[in-house]
Design a protein around this ligand. Sequence first.
Ligand code: IPE
Ligand code: IPE
Ligand code: MG
Length: 255
Amino acid sequence: MVAGVTEITIRPDLGGVPAPQHVAFIMDGNGRWARERGLDRTEGHRRGVETVRTILECCRTWGIRYSTLYAFSTENWKRPESEIGVLFGLMADYLEANLPKFLRDDIRLHLLGNDEGLPEPALTNLHRTLEQTRHCDTWHVLLAVNYGGRDEIVRAARRMLEDPDRPTPSELDETRFSAYLDTAGIPDPDLMIRTSGEIRLSNFMLWQLAYAEFVFVPEYWPDFDEARFARALEEYARRDRRFGMTGEQAAGQGA
Ligand code: IPE
Ligand code: IPE
Ligand code: MG
């Protein structure tokens, strides 16, 4: 598979609303996509990687600087060992195949989640890409692996308690605490999209999604494409984001 051959020919009509800065995806439904076709779940995951390629290309084409992909949750360790092996195998292959593209297109990879205990070669490939794309700053891809929102908050609290420069109790505020999260320095998602018709967060970005817009689409992840993504963005652009203000105030601030 040649990385970076997808060309995006459509563009969402956002009616003058700026594109979101950060879109987070819960990539769900690979298994059901496969089952409905009489295929092994593995095939669904394989097709899911194709969707990742397309969607990241859309983000670049449409000016979405940050993209987060929920690839493996802290709860996904409950799955059969064979499926876990396939998922990490696909991740390892994806990272290896796409490192040149990340460097060429100035895409920085970030890890959300705990890398302890990740299987090889996914772990090595992950660290190689994290390290080699550290200087990239045009686009940012956040890969959530062995990720749970609660786990992230607990790890952040631990990091803060271990930091000799930690804030005192009276100095601690949301900004200071955010600096210990896996997303330190990265703006919160404006939009969260979950595929496959499930309407829940499954422990995803509990802190960061505080004011995101949510779009739940019925399509399984392997069927999610540029047209469906464009429609989700158009739905986002029609929402009134008020951030606690009155509608009139928010309109005055261009929210
Ligand atoms: C998403 O698809 C991929 C991961 C969670 C790793 P699923 O594997 O959850 O697919 P369904 O939900 O069983 O259809
Ligand atoms: C959420 O999907 C996790 C990822 C997409 C990686 P799941 O399929 O694991 O979520 P539940 O179990 O249906 O809530
Ligand atoms: Mg699922």
